[in-house]
Design a protein around this ligand. Structure first.
Ligand code: ATP
Length: 235
């Protein structure tokens, strides 16, 4: 049995008086790709931000490799080995491609991923390494965002809306790079709007609905009917 790397125990999250997550229980095992689906506003981004330390939670609600990390800051979480590829990419617009990548290296650990291994993964980024990140296409910016996360050599990588707003051909390229990323011994959590894609890359899937887990199952056995019920709350 593979070890559990990440556990959420009754995770709640609030924005002021508004409660966005209600008692989420979830786990990720070593080397696993886990998919998170759910409609707009279901709480997927809030969950990713909580895990990565961008939202503060109660200490024990998030455990990583057995240790409580719910109250750690984002930089402390990065040092533990968790990296986020945020929704909307959030690159530093005034910095070049390479400078954006190097920032990822500064917040994390040393390991397999450095500029060389990253440029082997996404050769276009080496060609464009000195241009401002904002002059790249959306797909290339997503590669930079993924590269920046990899540069911290995480054990767990969180992808928030990995393919949102990208052309189908680019999405194919990004997904084609995933096995090469995961094979380095990493675990991954992927938030994905495209349900077929989510199921095809993951071993298990969770659906969120209005801040609660509405479905948890094995990606290859969960039925379309169960997903529709969990996603839209219809019977
Ligand atoms: P999307 O696919 O639209 O990104 P999501 O599943 O990621 O949706 P969240 O962005 O986590 O959902 O939002 C969950 C709930 O929290 C929504 O009702 C949203 O309006 C609310 N919310 C998100 N961010 C904030 C914020 N900064 N302040 C107040 N409410 C927020």
């Amino acid at each position: 049995m593979p070890d559990t790397i990440l556990e959420l125990h009754g995770l709640d999250a609030h924005y002021g008086d508004f409660q966005a997550l209600y008692g989420i229980d979830l786990h990720v095992t070593e080397g696993e790709v886990l998919a998170i689906i759910g409609s707009n506003g279901a709480g997927k981004t809030t969950m990713m931000r909580s895990i990565s330390g961008l939202l503060s939670n109660r200490r024990d609600q998030i455990r990583y490799r057995g240790g409580a990390i719910g109250s750690l800051r984002a930089d402390e979480v990065a040092l533990k080995g968790i990296a986020l590829v945020p929704e909307g990419r959030q690159l530093f617009p005034s910095l070049s491609v390479e400078e954006n990548l190097l920032i990822g290296g500064q917040v994390g650990r040393q390991g397999h991923w450095d500029l060389k291994t990253l440029y082997d993964l996404f050769p276009i980024l080496e060609e464009r390494r000195n241009v401002p990140s904002t002059s790249l296409s959306g797909g290339q910016q997503q590669m930079v965002a993924i590269g920046r996360a990899l540069m911290s050599n995480p054990d767990l990588i969180l992808f928030d809306e990995i393919s949102l707003g990208l052309a189908p051909v680019i999405i194919k390229d990004i997904y084609a790079a995933l096995p090469g990323i995961i094979s380095q011994g990493m675990s991954a959590v992927i938030v994905e709007q495209d349900i077929s894609k989510a199921l095809s890359v993951s071993s298990r899937v969770y659906c969120l609905q209005e801040g609660r887990v509405s479905l948890e199952g094995a990606s290859d056995t969960v039925s379309r009917e169960e997903i529709s019920r969990a996603y839209f709350g219809i019977d």
